[in-house]
Design a protein around this ligand. Structure first.
Ligand code: PLP
Length: 411
């Protein structure tokens, strides 16, 4: 029976039971951090052969990778990113080790050059990635929340908002979105490509952070945004970002942006002033280690084998223990997060988890300005946990959800 169908007396009994259970978990003195989607040591070790590479310091175009230069990236690294993203090497610029840095810099460049202005507006599908929202806040771009659906952002709302000339861009995480793990449908991608916009400098910041991060053997094949935009005459609308952060090393991967040649030339002007060149040794060792897209995919299958049991165990425990609540959660085939919705209870659950030694992402963080309108979304990153930490973490999370859900019904 659901809590909402119980008498006050029954609810009091349930509350006492779940509070006792919660107190027992609390007394274990746990210290578990599931706040972020960090790969665990076992995943990182999969790429440890990188530490013995590259085997040469000369790249395919005779560049000595130990030296200055090569701001655009080594030809072989550009080719690998191009193959991964389904674009041409001319549409790629290779960066350093953090795509977030490239995204920040992209917005900085657009604002510093006067293409965009502080105070203008940005479309933010939510729940979404808190660090995207932090960049907008830093640059004084007003964030407009767009609800997420299993097919991607609610496109009726996106299209309505994009008719405002002050709307200059939109965040998109098209595959295994953070945190719900949704992948944009073809229809959503077509609508984003063709969306009428009032500001000619409108851009889709297409953060393909989880492009190949499946863990159940199903690889999403979304439409190619660059080609779709080109097809409908908006070739320069998307700016794509991707990275090796959750393929090789989170702290020492390689990243790239892809866009139309005209956009890349615009960004190059700043990049060439900013740096004499990125870490080409790291690029070469990545190309030697992974070789090609098939090599990357084979490597991602090894990540999947480590991640899958953690997610599956977590989903099993959620479905066994939250039957009486109105909690809902997604069960994606990839990505890095568990996303649970408990309307009206997220802040309380977050606090209860903290008090029992389980750190999850702060309630509200998945929304612009940290304000979840329904106080519903909870984000939990299982990847960093050892397999034997999943049960104790879910014990705390499920007890906290039950306690908060009963308290809510009791009023
Ligand atoms: N984009 C999304 C959607 C993410 O979830 C993350 C990390 O969690 C990043 C980007 C960070 O990427 P990078 O390590 O390349 O900066």
């Amino acid at each position: 029976m659901k809590y909402t169908e119980m008498s006050r007396e029954q609810l009091q009994t349930e509350l006492a039971h779940h509070k006792a259970e919660y107190a027992a978990h609390q007394s274990r003195g746990l210290k578990i951090n599931a706040t972020r989607g960090k790969p665990n040591a076992e995943q990182l070790a999969l790429a440890d052969a990188l530490l013995t590479l590259p085997s040469t310091h000369i790249a395919s175009d005779s560049t000595d990778v130990r030296n200055y230069g090569g701001a655009d990236g080594l030809p072989e690294m550009k080719q690998l990113f191009a193959d991964l993203l389904g674009v041409t090497p001319q549409e790629v610029i290779v960066g350093g080790n953090a795509s977030l840095n490239m995204m920040f810099d992209c917005i900085a460049t657009l604002i510093l050059s006067g293409v965009w202005q502080r105070g203008q507006k940005f479309l933010c599908p939510a729940p979404g990635y808190d660090r995207h929202f932090a960049i907008c806040e830093y640059f004084g771009l007003e964030m407009l929340t767009i609800p997420m659906t299993p097919d991607g952002p609610d496109m009726d709302i996106a299209e309505r908002l994009a008719a405002d000339p002050n709307v200059v861009g939109m965040w998109c995480v098209p595959v295994f979105s953070n945190p719900q793990g949704y992948t944009y449908s073809d229809e959503t991608i077509r609508r984003l490509a063709a969306m009428p916009v009032a500001n000619a400098a409108f851009a889709l910041l297409w953060d393909n952070a989880y492009a190949i991060h499946h863990f159940k053997g199903v690889r999403p094949q979304p439409l190619n945004i660059l080609r779709e935009c080109e097809r409908v005459g908006n070739a320069c609308r998307p700016i794509i970002f991707t990275s090796f952060s959750k393929i090789s090393y989170a702290g020492s991967g390689v990243v790239a942006m892809a866009s139309c040649v005209e956009n890349l030339n615009f960004f190059r002007k700043r990049i060439n002033v900013q740096t004499i060149g990125p870490d080409k040794i790291n690029q070469l060792r990545h190309v030697e280690f992974f070789r090609d897209v098939a090599g990357i995919q084979a490597h991602m299958d090894k990540h999947a084998a480590i991640l899958r049991p953690k997610f599956e165990r977590a989903y099993t425990l959620l479905s066994e223990r939250l039957t009486q609540t109105n909690a809902e959660w997604t069960t994606p085939d990839g990505g890095y997060f568990l996303s649970v919705e408990v309307p009206g209870c997220a802040k309380r659950i977050y606090a209860l988890c903290r008090e029992a030694g389980l750190e999850i992402t702060e309630a509200g963080a998945a929304y612009p300005y940290g304000k979840d309108p329904l106080d519903a979304n909870l984000r939990f990153g299982p990847s960093f946990l050892r397999q034997d930490e999943i049960d104790p973490a879910m014990d705390v999370l499920c007890s906290a959800i039950n306690v908060a859900a009963i308290e809510q019904v009791l009023g």
